[in-house]
Design a protein around this ligand. Structure first.
Ligand code: DX5
Ligand code: ZN
Length: 244
């Protein structure tokens, strides 16, 4: 099988995302999970044309979460098709075994769950050493205290507002308290980590998460199941900006 070259991981590729965040406020990252994988490159193109600043890719191994989605080959294919930064959200057992591969495959952000890590600090450092941003995720049942010791090592914290595993679930408001607690921690002790949220985002929930401090807002079904991607992304970002 012939592999086309993939874009190297590049911290620089995030600069447009950071710039957009700083000048326009919270950014919506469409999640590909529910998109038409039979026409993946076309879906990536449609999302970019619709104004997506970055894309969110859900890698599930059927063990850490019940569902099995896709792995490296699909991430590489999206990398080749996309111009915008990619966040790879690893919902897998022992993510430390594959983070380097995903970073090399072109993930600008590699997100790992604290619940799945034997050595969170070492894993975050390994991601950063490869030039990708290292984000740490917390599931709804995991307290913020679990990630607190690693805030200096990470570029972002992804607060899950649904149980990881499936798209289209109902938003769990426990995420609002966690975002607010992390925002307060960042204010008091400094630190450059981004606040991110994933799961159940809709026109009803995007305002509250932005008000609680979320800057990178993942939206799956709210975008992919809409008739018009540009309108859906635009509306969510407008509502987020109005509440931030
Ligand atoms: C859930 C995934 C999410 C999912 C979001 O495990 O991490 O990224 O795609 O989908 P919605 O926005 O539909 O909850
Ligand atoms: Zn996700």
């Amino acid at each position: 099988m012939q592999h086309a070259p993939v874009t190297p991981p590049a911290g620089n590729a995030l600069d447009p995302l950071t710039a957009r965040l700083e000048c326009r406020g919270p950014v919506v990252l469409p999640a590909l999970l529910l998109c038409d994988f039979g026409h993946l490159a076309r879906e990536v193109e449609r999302l970019e044309e619709a104004g997506a600043a970055a894309l969110h890719l859900d890698v599930m191994d059927g063990r850490f979460v019940p569902q099995l989605t896709y792995g490296m080959v699909v991430v590489e294919a999206v990398r080749r098709a996309a111009r915008v930064p990619l966040e790879v959200h690893l919902m897998v057992e022992q993510p430390e075994r594959t983070v380097a591969d995903y970073a090399r495959a072109g993930a600008d952000i590699v997100t790992v769950h604290v619940e799945g890590l034997a050595d969170p600090r070492g894993t975050l450092e390994a991601i950063a050493a490869l030039g990708s941003k290292a984000h740490i995720a917390v599931s709804p049942g995991t307290p913020v205290e679990r990630v607190e010791p690693f805030l200096d090592q990470c570029d972002g914290v992804l607060v899950m507002s649904v149980e990881p595993g499936y798209g289209g679930q109902r938003f769990n408001p426990v995420a609002l308290d966690k975002l607010a607690a992390l925002a307060a921690l960042r204010r008091h002790r400094g630190g450059g980590f981004r606040l991110c949220v994933d799961g159940g985002i809709s026109t009803e929930t995007v305002g509250p998460v932005a008000a609680a401090g979320a800057e990178l807002i993942v939206a799956g079904s709210a975008v992919i199941r809409s008739a018009n991607y540009a309108r859906a992304i635009g509306e969510l970002e407008q509502l987020a900006r109005a509440s931030a």
